[in-house]
Design a protein around this ligand. Structure first.
Ligand code: ADP
Ligand code: ASP
Ligand code: MG
Length: 411
């Protein structure tokens, strides 16, 4: 029988009733004879609640302590799930990330998995137990508890599936799979049956929360087959795997991200080395950047603008304050009233008609595009935050719904 890894997200274990339901599903696989390793997130919105408490005490709490705090969320849910399995007569054992052998870097709140020591998990599996691992957390070589960034339980699951060479990594969540847009915003969004690692990676990096970006990277690197599906139904979900013949695919999905902030450095000296100095400052605080643009120089000065994740705003603010001591700036602004919409698909940026149709769709809505960025797999626009939902719907209509009509008419 095969070894499978199953990951249950926060909403799947939000209360005791749901934990019982999850335990029953695991029991079924166990009774079929599979070896089952389960990864669980914290219950419901626990992580948000813990973080809010920390931030009430201090707006920039020490990251080591944040990790200590957040890791408790997953520890609660693994223990409860193990007890629920015990109640259903299934032998199981719960483990923290550290106990499960997940060794990470020491970048608190955004640690990366360095390796997984699977001996202990394998021993429990040989003893006939279901192994339940706390998602989103690991331990450094020095025994410090770390977390893997929001949504990190997906990464725990894919890393374990890779290390254990599992047959499949099942990601159980509150939607039926990966859709052509967030189904909560676009009711007409359709489930994608198969998607390539590359496209999924792009969607994840552009805000489709359904899988964490690092999880997709692990899956791609170790060729883990990922099945994203619903905890609340038996339906087949989305397979993330190697997909051949992507050339004929155009727009695969529309994604959006509301958790972004636009930062502008005004009146930066227009001379060599300045952009590098700015970037250096941001890299040092482990911030991921997007859409970096520089304005034309004027009177020896220019502006530099970029987009950061909302959760990094406090850190970036602090880092730029110290930058201002080295570099004379006219000012720094943070704009939270923005959001990013993207069209994703293999080769979209190679076809100028796609960019035209994207800009045209936004223009018809009267939505002003603030910044644009492209890669081989996507075109993204920064627009006003309060126009994001309608823009996603309109882009979905242009690229997904209308192209289906064309296909049907053409066939
Ligand atoms: P979990 O707690 O199970 O990890 P998440 O909230 O992290 O669940 O991710 C699932 C959510 O991702 C869905 O509820 C959905 O609103 C959102 N989502 C965003 N984009 C997509 C998409 N393209 N397909 C499916 N879900 C998406
Ligand atoms: N509980 C963590 C979070 O809310 C990790 C996860 O759910 O994957 O981000
Ligand atoms: Mg998640």
């Amino acid at each position: 029988m095969s070894l499978i890894v199953q990951k249950y997200g926060g909403s799947s274990v939000a209360d005791l009733e749901r934990i019982r339901m999850v335990a029953s599903r695991i029991r079924r696989y166990f009774l079929e004879g599979h070896s089952v390793v389960v990864v669980v997130s914290a219950m419901g919105k626990t992580t948000d609640a813990l973080l809010a408490m920390a931030q009430e005490l201090h707006p920039l709490p020490p990251e080591r302590e944040v990790d200590m705090l957040l890791a408790t969320g997953e520890q609660v849910s693994v223990a409860l799930l193990s007890i629920a399995l015990f109640a259903q007569g299934v032998p199981s054992v719960s483990l923290t990330g550290g106990q499960a052998g997940i060794i990470t870097t020491d970048t608190h709140t955004k640690a990366r998995i360095l390796r997984v020591q699977v001996e202990r998990i394998l021993r429990y599996l040989r003893e006939g137990k279901v192994v339940i691992v706390a998602g989103f957390q690991g331990i450094t070589e020095d025994g410090e508890i770390t977390t893997l960034g929001r949504g990190g339980s997906d990464t725990t699951a894919c890393a374990l599936a890779a290390a254990l060479q599992a047959e499949v990594c099942e990601i159980y969540t509150d939607v039926e799979g990966v859709f052509t847009a967030d189904p909560r915003i676009v009711p007409k969004a359709r489930k994608i049956l198969r998607i390539s690692y590359d496209e999924m990676s792009e969607m994840a990096s552009l805000g489709a929360k359904v899988l964490q970006l690092r999880a997709v990277d692990f899956a791609r690197l170790y060729r883990v087959r990922v099945h994203v599906r619903s905890t609340f139904s038996e339906n087949e979900g989305t397979w993330v795997e190697e997909v051949e013949n992507m050339e004929d695919v155009k727009v695969r999905a529309i994604t959006h991200n509301l958790d972004v902030v636009k930062v502008v450095l005004l009146g930066v000296p227009d001379k060599p080395g300045v952009a590098a100095l700015v970037l250096r400052t941001l890299v040092d605080c482990a911030v991921s950047l997007d859409m970096i643009i520089q304005s034309e120089g004027r009177e020896g000065k220019k502006d530099i603008a970029f987009v950061i994740p909302r959760e990094d705003k406090g850190k970036v603010h602090k880092a730029l304050e110290s930058l201002q001591k080295m570099l004379p700036l006219e000012g720094v602004t943070f704009d939270e009233g923005v959001g990013k919409v993207s069209v994703v698909g293999a080769g979209v940026a190679n076809d100028p008609r796609i960019a035209f149709r994207m800009f045209d769709t936004l223009a018809r809505l009267g939505v002003n595009i603030d910044m644009i960025s492209t890669s081989n797999l996507r075109i993204s626009c920064l627009i006003p935050r309060d126009r994001v939902a309608e823009s996603v719907s309109a882009l979905h209509e242009t690229f997904i719904e209308d192209s289906e009509v064309m296909l049907r008419e053409g066939s």
